[in-house]
Every structure is written in C-alpha cells, then in structure tokens.
Design a protein around this ligand. Structure first.
Ligand code: NCD
Length: 304
C-alpha cells in the first residue's frame, strides 16, 4: 500500500484486519517489538499536533523502528520557501514511511506523487484525518462490539472538523448506522459529505441544533472542538466556540451504555467532571490510537 490519504483508500475487510491486528498487538506487544528494526519513519508536521504525532512516534518505537522529522515547519527548509513536494521527496529518500500533516487540503495527496516512500495523511486542513478514524473505529468496535446498527451523534464543528468527515465516510459502509448531525447553522456538515456520502448512499440522517433533544437516541456521541484556526474572522469563532458544552446535567437522558468520544484536544466542549463517567472514552481513544497505528505501519511496510 503506497498511500493512505482518505479512509476510503482502505476497504472494509482491510479495516477489519487492522482492528484485529491492533487487538493482537495490544494483547501481545512482545511479539511486535522487533518488527520494524532498521526501519525509519519521518513525521512531517506542518501544523500543530500532540496525539497524532506522539502516537505515531510511540508506535514506531514500540515496533523497534526509528523516527526522524519535524514538528514545526519553521525549523525546516519550508521557511526558505521550499515546496512541500521537494520536502517530502527529500524525507522519503531518508526514510521508509512518511506521516504528514498540513493545513492545506490535498497537500498529502500531492506530496505522495513525489514520494519514494508510502505517505500517510495525518490531517489535511479541514478535509480528512483517516488515522483518527481508524482510532475511532477501533474504539467503537471495542466498546460497543460492532460498527453497524448504531445511532451516532456528531456534535460541534461539523464544517471544519476533518475527523468528522472521515468518520462519516467510514461509517457509511456499515449497515444500520443512523447519523445525527448536531451543530449551529454556520458549522453544518459540508455538502461534499452530506450529499456526496449520506444522500448519495441513501443513509438515514437528521440535522439539529439541539443536542439535548436527541441525547436519548444516541449509542455514540462524538464531540468536537470548534476549529478556531479555520475561521476567517475571530468574531465568528468567539460567537460559536461555546455552542455546546457537555455537562453531567445534559447527560441525564443519555443511555447508560452510550459512549462519549472526542478526538481531542478539547477546549470547553466536555466539562472535566465527565472524565470520570464510565461512558467517557476519549482517553481510551488516545490509548487505542497507538495500537491501530502500529497495525497500519506494519501493513504499509508490508510486514506480517
Ligand atoms: C484532531 C485534528 O487534528 O483534526 N485532533 C487529533 O488529531 N486527534 C481534532 C482537532 O484538532 O480538533
């Protein structure tokens, strides 16, 4: 496999295999400690990251490999005006696999054309984030025991939230998923996902502004941060940033086995008192993210 740009680059059986592999790695980490000996991964982060970069790096170290790269493009030759393609081409000469995050939609795809090594999209602008989706799917499978027959609520910034776009695309291929889209008018799901995925595939979905009115129907609640860095003006951000704040009070009508997910970072959207609620699974997502990325690295490097 020479690139993972969009979650649909992986078939459903391939995703199932990755989930099975991640579970096996989690149960038997010692069997994988040398799998990537002498392999190098380059992490090229043109945009801030905590979990995605650290989980990829931890994944590679736990496979016995090594990591090089940058987490601040200003410290690379990009600050001298080098093109993304030339930077990635260079990194691919020195490494076996590339993980790249960039503020421009499509940049990892363009970079993959020039790369000698497989390229993984670690987030491109407000577009896609396929490895967060693998993390989300792995977490849903572990916590709910299935990926179909679920009512999934997406709440917050559905316009710019790339993790939402990728997870909706992924879940569109499982049967019996009902999508509940909860956002202010200004942050509704873009039409390339709403029409291009939900309407096109005749999937069941509803749109609302009111989280509490749909709470009791949800099996999964996927909270998101309002994406400040994608706004054109600060005023709009300030007006919309606290549209949803999940509190214990608002969870009163939720199912006792609903799970609460969030790709993190959270700003204000989930009150910290919810962290101890057994339904809060966002730090489990953090944990799961390393294992599914280990499985992905092995697959992309063609290592059994
Ligand atoms: C997300 C991202 O970068 O899109 N974070 C992540 O990778 N876990 C979500 C966000 O930044 O809000």
């Amino acid at each position: 496999m020479n690139k993972l740009i969009d979650i649909l680059d992986l078939s459903v059986p391939e995703i199932n295999e990755l989930i099975a592999k991640a579970s096996d790695i989690m149960a038997n980490p010692e069997n994988y400690r040398e799998k990537c000996r002498y392999k190098k991964m380059a992490t090229l982060f043109f945009e801030p990251s905590t979990r995605t970069r650290l989980s990829f790096e931890a994944a590679m170290y736990d496979l016995g490999g090594k990591v090089l790269g940058f987490s601040d493009a200003q410290s690379s030759s990009v600050s001298k005006g080098e093109s993304v393609s030339d930077t990635v081409r260079t990194a691919s000469i020195y490494s076996d696999i590339i993980v790249m995050r960039h503020p421009k939609e499509g940049a990892p795809l363009v970079a993959s054309y020039k790369s000698e090594a497989p390229v993984i999209n670690a987030g491109d602008g407000g577009h896609n984030h396929p490895t967060q989706t693998l993390t989300d799917l792995f977490t849903i499978q572990k916590e709910k025991g299935r990926l179909g027959n679920l009512t999934v609520g997406f709440c917050g910034d559905l316009k710019f939230g790339r993790t939402v776009h990728s997870l909706i695309s992924a879940l569109s291929r499982y049967s019996g998923v009902r999508f509940v889209l909860i956002s202010p008018n200004e942050l509704k799901l873009p039409s390339y996902i709403k029409d291009g995925v939900l309407v096109k595939n005749k999937l069941e979905f509803t749109e609302t502004k009111d989280l509490e009115s749909v709470m009791e129907s949800l099996d999964v609640l996927y909270m998101t941060r309002v994406q400040r860095e994608r706004f054109f003006n600060e005023e709009d951000y300030l007006r919309l940033k606290d549209s949803y704040i999940l509190t214990p009070e608002k969870l009163k009508t939720a199912k006792s086995d609903m799970i609460i997910l969030h790709p993190l970072p959270r700003v204000n959207e989930i009150h910290v008192s919810i962290d101890d609620d057994p339904r809060a699974c966002y730090f489990e997502q953090v944990r799961n993210g390393k294992y599914i990325r280990m499985a992905l690295i092995l697959k992309m490097l063609g290592i059994e």
